[in-house]
Structure formats: structure tokens, C-alpha cells
Write a protein that binds this ligand. Structure first.
Ligand code: ADP
Ligand code: MG
Length: 728
């Protein structure tokens, strides 16, 4: 009998909300208390050292040894006041999560005594035993060692008694083995390119930060139910399970009231997040049952991304305390919405201007249009690069599944801005502009702020939408490191801004006035990038057809989406901007493929285990019960039993059919897996898994779900989806 399932249900239903106390009456009193903030630096560092450190942080100047040891000593002194015992370099290997290796401050000295030790060397560099992190052959070919190095632009913080130092992770030969290092380089590239363009409008701007505001979606399920489902436990998603009668169709979960147990969990992670300086402000129920979202105020991209990774870790830890398990997978439940992580993105100057916010007059609006149109053109020219940046086995289930943006990249800007761009395209005449032309244009450009105020239409089906004063990249997966998407986006926009600057300068050199040169160039970009703009329903089949006509790519799975990383154009672009060398690009392509293969390999194995060790035995047991019954019917009714027990006969037969099909498909899948595993070449292997192994997943699920519907509920060994999703 299905005792594990019923025990799990009993356990889940018996839980009460945990009590969570606020550490102080106002959040502002505990905000950032676990962060080595500038204020703490000022308190713990000598004045000169403090100033040099700030200079290092702001200008990216290099850090000398003496300063490093002063900072280390300040960090240690501060950390010891907070009962910290260990320190770690905290980094972002290409597995997608974060990694840490803890070392104690405690250090024995002679005479049986000990001191607390943490010096500049410990702060600046560490050599984790890195051989088992993904490296795409980099460290095999060159040298087998890697090291982590402090990123002073992201502040150190304390988690569970450990001082965490954000670091980059690189091979001894210099290649990046993480997301942080190329992200910092991409942010440097966009800073430089955007500042140069911004100087056309604002002479005093000397630095531009790309900003990121992410919105993290996730599911919570009770831990007992989690452990009773080998598939969810091992792969993060339900591989089998008949859809519950009630899913999300009533829309009764979205923004609904939050149950007490969940509420306690949210309260606790928010307190911890705020202490870590993560400015979380928003929480709500999402569309699917047991699905939720958390969003902070936006921040500078590198910091925002560190904060997202920290928050994912925190959600996981706090969920455990409340006897939940968190699912960050992009598609944990087949019949329900998956989870994404919208990346809101903009550019912000050191003088406090948001470059994607329309201003108050024609001048500031021309500035807005410049960055707005260049971004659209960047997406147009590099849609495949953007698509590759969000490709993963998990996200393949989500993109294009009529609940998330399609795999086709397009840009939504709203009807008013569309009209504005259409007007500009038409009204800028070839040849020299007359003063009247210019006045008319300026008037029309001046209208943007009013336009945007009423521009409330929001298209939820677009992967890349303009939402008033920022673009929202909605196709990022919930478990992803935003770094990947942010590297791609900032690189392509940086490149486009460089091209734009060159063309405008060339026009000015030929004697055109600056404004005219900018307008003419924008007109050209508007024309050239028109086909990437789409205002309609991104979920509809018509869009797929329309996109095909327009010649837009529709790369539905990871191996196909990643192929752009092999293109010369991509390799040259990342190389030219100093973000990834050709070797690093090749390694990353391989690592992404490898991640994909491993995920599918694990899922395939779990399909086998579930089918053979859980589902088939339960189906057979129920068959035995039916057969017992039929035997009894024959004893009583003799020949008449065939008629009297017609239903039992029929169910018996149906069960047999599905049992055989289930087993048959598992066997066939095994043959394909063996073939795929023999393939040496990563890309070929990924395609084999994608095209030959994965199609069996659907078939196995189908027969398993049929059996779930046929078998006595008491015999079914796995918690059903309705039980997992509606137990709070
Ligand atoms: P939703 O998408 O849920 O409707 P909003 O459109 O209000 O919500 O966007 C919320 C997110 O956008 C927040 O995380 C916020 O910090 C972020 N955001 C707002 N302005 C910017 C900006 N200039 N740059 C980056 N992110 C921003
Ligand atoms: Mg959003």
C-alpha cells in the first residue's frame, strides 16, 4: 500500500505556521546590518585607507597590498563583533548556482594558543580546489588550477556566521570560469559606449551604470511531499502526474491572500534579505497554485545579480526552516505556468538620469529616443545571441508553452511609441533639413512624455517589452544566473551604441548639425529594425507564422539556440568588446551543452526508476486485486462472469496495455540513451538527447498518467499533483 504517500500527506497537513519575530520595529533599523557597507568601512578603516578603497570601488583602480591588509583587518574586526567564525570567497561557477569554501579565522600559534587571523592575502585571493567545476576544457588544456579574486565593487556580507567575500573565479591562465568576470567586463563596455553617446546630450556625464531589477518566481511545496516524489527531489520538476481537475483556470491564486504558513516563510526571508542589504519590497501570489514572486528595488547590475543569487540561496534555506522545499525550476508542473525571472533593465547616469525615461523637452526626449532606438536595433541585429543567453533544459519547457514568451525574440513598445517611431521614419526627409522640418520634428518629439503617461497598455506575451522607463526581458529562466542574460544584453547594446557613435560622428564631420545627424541616423535604425517590433499576441500560432515570414528565428530548444555561440560574428563581437575571448566562448558553449546533457540524462534515469520501481509494481498489484475479484466472480457466476465483471475485465486490459507501453518506451529510450552516451562530441550528444531521447519523456508520462487514472487511489505510490499543489 502507498504508505509513504499517505504518511507524507499526514505530515504535510499537520504543520503549523512558525512564529517569526522582527528584529526591530522598523526595517530601516536592521537594513544592511550584515553588510560591510561604506558606513562600516568608514568606521573601521583609517581615513586615508577608506578614501583609497572608495576610489578603488568607484574607478576600478587597482588595489595595493598594504590597502588590502588594512581592509582585511577592518573586515575581520567588524565580523568578530557579529560572532563570525569563518570566511569564504563566494563565487559563481558556471553550474548556475554559487559556491563557497569556508576557512576559519581561528589559527593556532605556538604555546598551545590561538589567534583570529585574516590578512590581505586571504581577502584578495583564494585557491579553491576547483577541479570539479565546469571549465569546458580550459583547465584541461592549460593548467588544472583556478583561483578566486575579490570584486571590491560588491560588498562583503555575513551569512550564518560566515564572512562572504564576493569574488570572480578564473583559471590560472586568465580565462573566466564564472559569470561575474564577463559581466563586469560587459558592464564596463556598456558604460564606455553609453557615456560616449550620452555626451552628445549631457557633457557632465562621466559614468553610466546598467541597472537591473529582477522579479523572482518560485514554487513552494511541503518537504514531506517533496521527498515522496523522487522526480521532484532529483530533477526539481514533476516528470509524471495527471493534471488536477482544478489548476489555475479559476485565477483564484494570483494576488490572493497569503496563507499563514507561507506568510511566516516570507516574513523570515525578507528580514534576512533586508539584513543583507537586498532591498526586497514586493511579494505576492503568482498565477499557479503554490507559486509566488519576490522583487526588490532595482540596483546596479553587478550588485543586483549578486543579490539575486543570494536571495535564491536564502529562499532555499528559509524554506527548509519552515518545512517547505522551494522549486526554482522553470517548469515544475506540466499543466501549470512555469517560473521565470523578469529582468528589468535600463541605463542610469552618474548625474541621476535614467536614459530610458523620456524627459520634459525635445532635447531630453531626443536623448531618450537615441537609447531607446539603439536598444531595439541591438535586439534586431542580435536576437539569436539574446536567445542563447537564456537557453537551458528547464527553460525549453517554458518558452513558447503559451504561458511564457515564445522562443521567438521580438520587442514590444506599445501603440503610442510605435506611432512615434513610424512618424519619425516618415517625416525625416532625405537631404538637408529646413528649419521648418526641424521645428516640426522637435514638436513631435516633445510629445513623448504625455504619450507615455497614457501608455498603460502592457503586452504580457512579449519577451522584450518597453514598460515606461525600462525594458523588461521576460524570457529569463527562474533558476538562471541573470549574469548570462545581462552579459548578452549589455554587450549587444554597447556594440550598437559604438556603431551609432561612429556613424553620427561621420555625419558631423561631413558638416551636418549634431541634432540632424542624430535624427537621420535614428531614422535609419528605425527602418532597419522594424521587423523585430511586434505588438500582437506572442502566444498565438499566427505569430509563429508571421515571424517566419519576417525571417525571425524560432529556436525551440537549447542545442539549437546555443549554436550561435559558434558563429564568427558572435565570437568576434565578444572578443572585440573584451568580454569573452574565443577560447572562453568555445568553453562556455561546451559547458552549456554539457549542463543540458546532464539534466536530460538525470531526467531519463528518473523516468526509468519511476516507471519500473514505482508505477509498474503498483499497477501490477492492482491488477492482482482485479484478478482476485474476477476469479471470485467466476466462482459465483460461472460463464455469466464475463458479462457481470465486464468492467473489471476492461480495466484489467487497459492496465495491461499501458503497462506494456510504459515498459516498451522505457526500453526504447534506454537504447537511444546508450547510443547518445557513446557520442564523444558535446554538440552531437546534446542533439541526440534532444531529438532522440527526450521524445520518450512525453510518451512515458502519457502512459503513467493513464495508469494513475485507472488504479485504485490507495495503490498509487506517488503524491498526486493536487496533493502537492493544494496543501499549504
Ligand atoms: P511588474 O512587471 O510586476 O508589473 P513593474 O513593471 O512595476 O512590475 O516592475 C517592477 C520591477 O522593475 C522592479 O523590480 C523594479 O525595481 C524594476 N525597475 C524599475 N525601474 C527600473 C530601472 N530604471 N532599471 C531597472 N529596473 C527597474
Ligand atoms: Mg514584470
Amino acid at each position: 500500500m502507498a504508505t509513504i504517500r499517505f504518511q507524507a500527506l499526514t505530515d504535510a497537513l499537520s504543520r503549523n505556521p512558525k512564529k517569526v519575530e522582527y528584529p526591530a520595529n522598523k526595517a530601516s533599523l536592521y537594513y544592511s546590518t550584515n553588510v560591510f557597507t561604506q558606513e562600516v568601512m568608514r568606521e573601521y578603516l583609517p581615513n586615508e585607507a577608506y578614501k583609497s578603497l572608495i576610489k578603488t570601488i568607484e574607478e576600478g583602480a587597482s588595489l595595493d597590498r598594504q590597502l588590502a591588509s588594512q581592509v582585511a583587518s577592518a573586515m575581520k574586526d567588524w565580523a568578530l563583533t557579529k560572532n563570525v567564525t569563518h570566511y569564504t570567497h563566494w563565487f559563481q561557477p558556471l553550474t548556475g548556482s554559487t559556491a563557497e569554501k569556508h576557512d576559519a579565522f581561528f589559527s593556532p600559534i605556538s604555546g598551545g594558543r590561538a589567534i583570529e587571523k585574516f590578512d590581505g592575502d586571504n581577502l584578495v585571493q583564494q585557491e579553491p580546489d576547483a577541479s570539479s567545476f565546469p571549465n569546458g576544457g580550459i583547465r584541461n588544456t592549460f593548467e588544472a588550477r583556478g583561483y578566486t579574486a575579490w570584486d571590491p565593487t560588491s560588498p562583503a556580507f555575513i551569512i550564518s556566521g560566515t564572512l562572504c567575500i564576493p569574488t570572480i573565479f578564473i583559471a590560472y591562465t586568465g580565462e573566466a570560469l564564472d559569470f561575474k568576470m564577463p559581466l563586469l567586463k560587459a558592464l564596463h563596455a556598456i558604460d564606455k559606449a553609453a557615456t560616449e553617446v550620452c555626451q552628445y546630450f549631457e557633457k557632465d556625464v562621466t559614468k553610466i551604470n546598467a541597472t537591473l531589477g529582477w522579479e523572482q518566481e518560485y514554487f513552494l511545496i511541503d518537504k514531506a511531499l517533496f521527498y515522496a516524489r523522487p522526480d521532484i527531489m532529483m530533477t526539481g520538476r514533476a516528470l509524471v502526474g495527471h493534471s488536477p481537475a482544478k489548476g489555475q483556470q479559476l485565477d483564484d491564486h494570483y494576488f490572493g491572500s497569503i496563507p499563514d504558513r507561507i506568510s511566516a516563510f516570507m516574513k523570515e526571508y525578507e528580514i534576512e534579505a533586508l539584513k543583507l542589504g537586498i532591498p526586497v519590497t514586493t511579494r505576492h501570489n503568482e498565477v499557479a497554485p503554490n507559486q509566488f514572486e519576490c522583487a526588490p528595488m532595482f540596483e546596479e547590475t553587478n550588485l543586483a545579480n549578486d543579490h539575486n543569487l543570494l536571495l535564491m540561496d536564502l529562499l532555499e534555506k528559509v524554506a527548509r526552516k519552515h518545512d517547505y522545499r522551494i522549486l526554482l525550476h522553470e517548469k515544475p508542473f506540466p499543466s501549470l505556468n512555469g517560473s521565470g525571472k523578469h529582468n528589468n533593465w535600463s541605463l542610469s547616469t552618474n548625474t541621476g538620469i535614467n536614459l530610458l525615461a523620456p524627459g520634459k523637452n525635445p532635447k531630453t526626449n531626443l536623448r531618450f529616443l537615441t537609447f531607446f532606438v539603439n536598444t531595439i536595433k541591438a535586439i534586431h541585429d542580435n536576437a539569436d545571441i539574446l536567445r542563447a543567453s537564456i537557453a537551458s533544459a528547464g527553460n525549453d519547457h517554458r518558452l513558447g508553452a503559451n504561458e511564457a514568451p515564445p522562443a521567438i525574440v521580438s520587442v514590444f513598445i506599445g501603440s503610442q511609441l510605435t506611432q512615434m517611431l513610424d512618424n519619425l521614419e516618415k517625416s525625416i526627409k532625405a537631404g538637408k533639413m529646413t528649419p521648418e522640418d526641424k521645428t516640426e520634428l522637435k514638436l513631435s518629439i516633445g510629445k513623448i512624455p504625455q504619450i507615455l503617461l497614457d501608455n498603460t497598455d502592457r503586452n504580457r506575451t512579449s519577451p522584450f517589452a518597453f514598460t515606461g522607463n525600462k525594458f523588461e526581458f521576460r524570457a529569463v529562466g527562474s533558476s538562471a544566473n541573470c549574469g548570462s542574460a545581462m552579459i548578452a544584453l549589455n554587450v549587444i547594446v554597447a556594440k550598437q551604441l559604438m556603431i551609432f557613435k561612429k556613424s553620427v560622428d561621420a555625419r558631423i564631420d561631413k558638416g551636418e548639425k549634431k541634432d540632424e545627424a542624430i535624427l537621420k541616423e535614428l531614422q535609419k535604425l528605425i527602418k532597419e529594425s522594424k521587423k523585430i517590433r511586434f505588438e500582437g499576441n506572442g502566444y498565438g500560432e499566427e505569430w509563429v507564422q508571421e515571424a517566419k515570414k519576417r525571417g525571425l528565428s524560432n529556436l525551440k530548444d537549447t542545442p539549437r539556440a546555443l549554436a550561435v555561440m559558434k558563429d564568427k560574428k558572435t565570437i568576434d563581437l565578444f572578443n572585440e568588446l573584451g568580454v569573452l575571448s574565443p577560447i572562453e566562448m568555445e568553453a562556455r558553449h561546451e559547458i552549456e551543452l554539457e549542463n543540458y546533457i546532464l539534466k536530460l540524462q538525470i531526467e531519463a534515469r528518473i523516468f526509468g526508476d519511476l516507471s519500473l520501481n514505482h508505477i509498474l509494481p503498483s499497477a501490477i498489484k492492482y491488477q492482482n486485486t482485479l484478478m482476485e475479484n474476477i476469479k471470485g466472480m467466476i466462482d459465483i457466476y460461472g460463464k455469466e462472469a464475463k458479462k457481470m465483471a465486464a468492467t473489471q475485465y476492461q480495466i484489467l486490459e487497459e492496465i495491461s496495455t499501458h503497462i506494456n507501453e510504459l515498459k516498451n518506451n522505457c526500453d526504447l529510450m534506454l537504447v537511444e540513451r546508450k547510443k547518445a552516451n557513446k557520442t564523444e562530441h558535446a554538440e552531437e550528444k546534446a542533439f541526440a538527447y534532444c531529438d532522440k531521447v527526450k521524445p520518450f519523456f512525453q510518451k512515458i508520462k502519457y502512459h503513467s498518467d493513464k495508469l494513475e487514472l485507472l488504479i485504485d487511489d490507495e495503490f498509487w505510490p506517488l503524491p498526486k499533483l493536487r496533493e502537492i499543489l493544494f496543501t499549504k
